[in-house]
Each structure stands twice: as C-alpha cells, then as structure tokens.
Write a protein that binds this ligand. Structure first.
Ligand code: HEC
Length: 126
C-alpha cells in the first residue's frame, strides 16, 4: 500500500516535470515569433502589407465612401498624404482616432514599428 502511493507520487512528479518542460518550450516559440525584423524596410515590401492586412478592408480603393470615412490608404500618394493621421490612429496616440475601428487593442507592435521607421526615414517610395 505504502509502496503504491510512493510510486504514484513519483509518476505524478514526472508528469508535472514534463508539463513544465513543455511550457518553457512553448515560451521559446512565442519569443522567437515575437522578434521584430526591422531590416530592409521598404514601402512596397514592408509597409504596404501592414496597411493591406489591417486597414484596406475599410480604406482600400475599392471601398466606396462613406465606409472608411472616404480615407484611402492603398497607394503611396495616399499613405504619404495621410501618414500623420494614419500613424497616430494605428499607434493609438492621444488625440487621434484609434484604428482599426472597433478594436480596443492596437495592431501588432512590430507592424507599428515598421511604419514608424519608414516614416522617420522620410517615407521613401521604394
Ligand atoms: C472596420 C473598418 C476599419 C478598419 C479596419 C480601419 N478603419 Fe480607419 N476608419 C474607419 C471609418 C469608418 C472611419 C471614419 C470614422 C469617422 O469619421 O467617423 C475611419 C477613419 C480613419 C482615419 C481618419 C480619422 C480622422 O482623423 O478623422 C484614419 C487616419 C484611419 N481611419 C486610419 C486607419 C488605419 C491606419 C487603419 C489600419 C491600422 C484603419 N484605419 C483601419 C474604418 C476602419
């Protein structure tokens, strides 16, 4: 009887240990996924996808006003002209209209960072 409960305890400890290992393994994956690649930031390669994934459903050229408030963020000229408002909106900066509309959380912080770096570099059309 005593031996049996010792055995169960050992098995339980082993299960707990394997779960802990699994947990740390998952953390590692999450960490690497969260690394933000800020190399080779170009308008077409890195900035356009941010707007495409998060904004164009409401601010694309195909969207008819009044949806999206008539604001378009699909091509270079439109993004450049509206960058202050667009960046303020996506970073939820005070005094700006938080976007995407209806979402309390901002978009991925890496995407915000990419747009900021491009903006600070003088918004090259590349
Ligand atoms: C679900 C639809 C939707 C999505 C997605 C969305 N927007 Fe909007 N956005 C709107 C609507 C609707 C308005 C007009 C709001 C109004 O004027 O009342 C608006 C307005 C704006 C404005 C103008 C705010 C102002 O100063 O008047 C900016 C800038 C903007 N959006 C940027 C963005 C950016 C950047 C993204 C992506 C990160 C985005 N939006 C995603 C619907 C959306």
């Amino acid at each position: 009887m005593y031996m049996k409960s010792v055995l169960y305890s050992i098995i339980l400890i082993l299960i707990m240990l394997s779960l802990t290992t699994c947990y740390y393994y998952k953390e590692d994956i999450r960490y690497s996924k969260n690394q933000c690649d800020t190399t080779n930031i170009t308008f077409s390669g890195k900035v356009v996808p941010v707007f495409a994934q998060n904004c164009l459903i409401c601010h694309g050229n195909a969207v008819a006003p009044p949806d999206g408030g008539g604001l378009r963020l699909e091509n270079y000229a439109d993004v450049k002209m509206n960058i202050t408002r667009a960046f303020g909106a996506m970073s939820h900066a005070p005094g700006f209209f938080p976007m995407p509309l209806g979402q309390s959380a901002t978009i991925d912080t890496c995407e915000i960072k990419i747009v900021r770096i491009w903006k600070d570099a003088g918004m090259p059309d590349n």
